[in-house]
Design a protein around this ligand. Structure first.
Ligand code: UT7
Length: 327
């Protein structure tokens, strides 16, 4: 059975750190509230205003190519998940491919907010499984600081910048991406979106004056959906693959809020040690969270281990994906 395996992982976060203490001086909030309600202590921010998401994505892709000893000419597919593309067009995937020297691939972006990386990984796995493509890079990147209003405490405390990338290849070893289930429901659009800048409300003096180019989030409404749907879909994919708290080795959850992660882990019956967590140091990097988790934990991953990735985000979009680690 031909499956897509994750051959390697790359990651990049910018150097500049935005701590809770610093936020206290920018907006009406406090360190204790942020820690208790979200689990976030700090985030990374790409301060250079001349650099977009492609900068971080290229860094992650280049690390990945180096770590896996892969020549860029071997890559035949690049999918980039991002909510903060460099431009409305062309796709950030096209720009990253060019910067990383990838010239033999077809490349496109996936827009699914915080579920973007999961959607992109699931999509890329199908190209590998079908045999049409041999080596795919899947990137999750967001420069959330470019669309965050640092006067809005509902969003500024959560989001950060970062990128991660994985290399997919085919294998018949039994390892690889085994199952996935993705969902979306546009009813969620009103709770989490960017009001202007697209074709419905193009940029104008009015949209800038009204501060409509920032991320808008009704936190409690999103929280309710996230906490239910991420746990539901994880349980669904676990059940149909015979996975239990005993034989599932790692939960790799989207890092939006530690309380959402805890609820999902609790429903799956998983002990804390089996849950990948880096929200404390990076916050919510949107498309970057899942590959950055894999990047941070890769030295602890062993051949044949069962991993469950899950995410929930704007759209609404959500899903879970089961894979066996290793070549
Ligand atoms: O990435 C995928 C999509 N996003 C998510 O999954 C995020 C989901 N939502 C959340 O994580 C949470 O809703 C937030 C972290 C955004 C907010 O936490 P919450 O527990 O839902 O807070 P809340 O908005 O219900 O506010 C609770 C209280 C309120 O005070 P009162 O009315 O109880 O006195 C707020 O005014 O906390 C207050 N509050 C704050 N206090 C200090 C709200 N935001 C803040 C803040 N700092 N930043």
């Amino acid at each position: 059975m031909r499956r897509a395996i994750i051959k390697g992982v790359g990651g990049y976060v910018p150097e500049d750190v935005l701590t809770n203490d610093m936020l206290e001086r920018m907006v009406s909030t406090n360190n204790q509230w942020i820690l208790e309600r979200t689990g976030i202590a700090q985030r990374r921010i790409l301060k250079d205003k001349t650099l977009g998401s492609s900068f971080m994505a290229t860094k992650a892709a280049e690390t990945l190519l180096k770590n896996t000893n892969t020549d860029p000419s071997q890559i035949d597919l690049v999918i980039c998940a991002t909510t903060t593309p460099d431009h409305v067009f062309p796709a950030t995937a096209n720009i990253v491919s060019d910067k990383a020297g990838i010239k033999q691939a077809f490349s496109f972006d996936v827009s699914a907010a915080c579920s973007g990386f999961l959607y992109a990984l699931y999509t890329a796995s199908k190209y590998i499984e079908s045999g049409s493509h041999q080596k795919a890079i899947v990137i999750g990147v967001d420069k959330m600081s470019s669309i965050i209003d640092y006067a809005d405490r509902a969003t500024s405390i959560i989001f950060g910048d970062g990128a991660g990338a994985v290399l997919l290849e085919a294998s018949e070893s039994g390892n690889g991406i085994i199952d996935g289930q993705m969902y979306s429901d546009g009813v969620g659009a009103k709770h989490l979106h960017q009001k202007a800048g697209g074709s419905a409300i193009p940029p104008s003096k009015h949209t800038i004056d009204q501060r409509l180019h920032f991320a808008y989030q009704e936190g409690p409404a999103v929280f309710k959906w996230a906490v239910t749907k991420m746990a539901d879909v994880t349980e669904e994919v676990m059940k149909r693959n015979g996975l239990t708290a005993d034989n599932l080795d790692w939960l790799v959850p989207h890092q939006a809020n530690k309380r959402i992660i805890d609820a999902t882990a609790r429903r799956a019956g998983l002990a804390e040690e089996k849950v990948m967590l880096n929200i404390e140091k990076y916050g919510n990097t949107t498309s970057g969270t899942l590959p950055l988790c894999l990047y941070d934990y890769q030295s602890q991953l062993q051949d044949g281990q069962n991993l469950m990735l899950c995410a929930f985000g704007g759209g609404f979009t959500w899903g879970a994906l089961y894979l066996k680690w290793g070549s």
